[in-house]
Design a protein around this ligand. Sequence first.
Ligand SMILES: [Fe+2]
Length: 250
Amino acid sequence: MKKRLVSILVVVLFATFSFAGKPFPADNAFWNKAFAKLADSQLTGQSKQLPLPYAYNALEPSVDAKTMEIHYSKHHAAYTKNMNDATTGPEFASKTLFQLFTEIEKYPVLVKNNGGGFYNHLLFWMLMAPASGQEPTGELLKAINESFGSVDKFKETFSNAGKKQFGSGWAWLSVNENGKLVVSSTPNQDNPLMSTTEVRGIPVLTLDVWEHAYYLQYQNRRPEYVDAFWKIVNWKEVSRRYDEALKALK
Ligand SMILES: [Fe+2]
């Protein structure tokens, strides 16, 4: 009897410590709470396009002015209008865009494609800036080194995510539920905020690898476009979003 009790105790202790060592599963309630603390959580399905924070030619030679003009004034404008049109029903009146993302499977695919198209591009514009030789610094630099070994290794991992994404999509650097930086890619206009995305998190850097983002200038040479992106990353904004993400996860 005593032996049996000892065995049960050992099993219980083992199970307790094994579980304690594993990351907890983050559910929609967890993500809703975290996302609600982000400045972008004020966005809704009725939000409008924000002005581009620089001129169309400001990112040359990495991205040419004509591509920027068409990308912003045609593609992003269309996603925004189509999102607005797809979210006029009463079921959307009290929901933020992020709340829609955390239960995106409940809504028509138009909401997913255009809501993603609206938000992903808004983020993308903010995360680029005229070439200034910026590189990651401070806490962000420490976190990149911790997760990837070095900035160069991180760039290689992120670039590969963009170069190898089959067809249209995006590369992402996100903060996951454990506060760690992770790289992923998504197809179409999906993003890490969506409940249907495998690698979920708070995005802090993204790259559009749809052909409309580079074809005029680079034709089929997506790898050249991805490599040129590093000259125009707005690392100050990546850092700001990284700090914001860590606070939101507390
Ligand atoms: Fe795009």
